[in-house]
Design a protein around this ligand. Structure first.
Ligand SMILES: Nc1ncnc2c1ncn2[C@@H]1O[C@H](COP(=O)(O)OS(=O)(=O)O)[C@@H](OP(=O)(O)O)[C@H]1O
Ligand SMILES: Nc1ncnc2c1ncn2[C@@H]1O[C@H](COP(=O)(O)OP(=O)(O)O)[C@@H](O)[C@H]1O
Length: 202
């Protein structure tokens, strides 16, 4: 941990940036099994908000692991560090008044809870992709479940590595009791939540 470091304040703060963008910075965190639809929904939401003149940025687990987190694998401590770095970057985006959309498995409850603690203003919105393993595995667009079942990938979430559900997700999709399952309709559900909570205005 570095010492003798001092935070520099700016005359232009988060409220000024929110006024400029006519939106409130926040983090929408899509979590769930591989293949549950996190990335598809994240980018559908990004497009829908762009069409409404709102500025977003997607931090996708796969993508961030090509650059910032290219040094991390999937051991427990690597996944924890992956989430720690992504939540710190997401916090900077939210402070910039951007609607930051993260799509990461983030399987461990303590890692997700640590994210919440970083956003006391409750600007951290957890969205659980409630899609059963059987459906995710049937989709298997990258063939990774197939490799995992064949023992070619060790420690694959849902196969031989855990996903720890939480009881305090802000949004669970698809919603129980309705048959809204298309990415575009689910994106509208998230947008309704953002509108209701005031994130789509300064
Ligand atoms: N062992 C193992 N377990 C789970 N996932 C694996 C693994 N190895 C590679 N992949 C691919 O990496 C993507 C998950 O990266 P994340 O950064 O979202 O994972 S985590 O939050 O650090 O658990 C995930 O992408 P998505 O399918 O988009 O979730 C996988 O395709
Ligand atoms: N709402 C949905 N309904 C049906 N198929 C979906 C849905 N969302 C995503 N998919 C499909 O499921 C697969 C995994 O989607 P993806 O967004 O990559 O999931 P994740 O990011 O959670 O791994 C892809 O083939 C995608 O086309």
């Amino acid at each position: 941990m570095a010492t003798n470091i001092v935070w520099h304040k700016s005359s232009v703060g988060k409220l000024h940036r929110q006024e400029l963008l006519q939106q409130k910075g926040c983090v929408i965190w899509f979590t769930g099994l591989s293949g549950s639809g996190k990335s598809t929904l994240a980018y559908a939401l990004c497009q829908a908000l762009y069409s409404r003149g709102k500025l977003t940025y997607v931090l996708d687990g796969d993508n961030v692991r090509h650059g910032l987190n290219r040094d991390l694998a999937f051991k427990v401590e690597d996944r924890a560090e992956n989430i720690r770095r992504i939540r710190e970057v997401a916090k900077l985006f939210a402070d910039a008044a951007i609607i930051c959309i993260a799509s990461v498995i983030s399987p461990y409850r303590k890692d997700r809870d640590a994210c919440c603690a970083l956003f006391p203003e409750r600007d951290f919105i957890k969205v659980f992709m409630d899609v059963p393993l059987q459906i995710c595995e049937a989709r298997d667009p990258k063939g990774l479940y197939n490799f995992a079942r064949a023992g070619k990938i060790k420690g694959f979430t849902g196969v031989d590595d855990p996903y720890e559900p939480s009881l305090n997700f802000e949004i669970v999709l698809p919603e129980k009791g309705n048959n809204i399952t298309s990415p575009y309709e689910m994106a509208e559900t998230v947008i309704s939540y953002l509108e209701e909570k005031g994130y789509l205005r300064a």
